[in-house]
Write a protein that binds this ligand. Sequence first.
Ligand SMILES: C[S@@+](CC[C@H](N)C(=O)[O-])C[C@H]1O[C@@H](n2cnc3c(N)ncnc32)[C@H](O)[C@@H]1O
Length: 351
Amino acid sequence: MLLRSLISREIAERGGWMSFARYMELALHEPRLGYYAGGAQQFGAGGDFVTAPELGTLFGRTLARELRKASPPRILELGAGSGKLAETLIEELGCEYLILETSAALRERQRARLGGRVSFLERLPQRFRGVVLANEVADALPVHVVAWTAQGILERGVRVENGAFGWQDRPATGELLKEAETIEVPVPYVSEIGLAARAWLRSLVESLEEGVILVIDYGFPRHEYYHPQRAAGTLMCHYRHRAHADPFERPGEQDITAHVDFSAMARAAREAGAQLLGCATQAQFLVNCGITEVLEQANAASALHYAPIAAQAQKLLSPAEMGELFKVLAVGRGAAPPLAGFSRGDRSHSL
Ligand SMILES: C[S@@+](CC[C@H](N)C(=O)[O-])C[C@H]1O[C@@H](n2cnc3c(N)ncnc32)[C@H](O)[C@@H]1O
């Protein structure tokens, strides 16, 4: 069955209305038909977007400098995409590597690339000790869309009209309403609330007996997220390197994402029992971890290979590219050594 028909049928079964979070869940993750589940070539130059690990090995090699001290030397990566970051980290660290990936198609791709060097998990372990890594996973988790209006706080959902999906609002209720009421915005204002990302981080903290969780993604602290000038929210779709804001185009064929509210993530982690270890821009984090030393080594090894690596550095660090928009949030449990990535420019106090 086509994803479009499956979603339409579920909307009808629900009485003509579906929460946007449910729509996003189906559009991205429905087995075989969703964007991530369907085995499309999402990453890299031939796909819909490029992530930091897909640029080359510089991101992974720099991250490895931070993770080298991790004890025990064990990494659990969530949502490993093409397996590129895992490949770089295993080469650099030679550590035990676990992957939890919800997409069967991507799991196969990772297995083909990494073979017996990784173990695949079906669910979170009950008591994990080590480092949990999630690069660009939180932004793929379903968000609720909320409209703050003169008539009150509404939840934006999806209906079918003349065979096409469209928005339909109804009064927000329950946890969503409670959360929306804590956010101060000028009306009218539309934005997202990532309840699923918070629940996800809580479950990661609960399964962590000792160690660190690193969440790397694009997003802001709350006061920037719900800034008066961001009155249309952060929902974004990607199809073949074209970014646009219509989540109802090509369901299952395009990526749908929302920025991450890092204040809400930090709060969720703390409530679940974790300590906040740091939050920095990606540029600051990578510089603190020693990206310039990795670049120097590359230059010394081969001037010929330096130019492409310098181009990766530009993408990773430039404020106009990924340097400022992407943040690294670290939370942890137990006696973890201080993280070099937050030695300067730690902004966790502003969350
Ligand atoms: C935007 S891709 C990022 C891939 C990779 N981390 C990278 O940076 O290139 C999102 C990844 O998260 C996976 N994913 C989505 N939700 C997940 C979840 N709840 N648990 C684990 N993986 C998930 C997707 O299947 C995909 O592999």
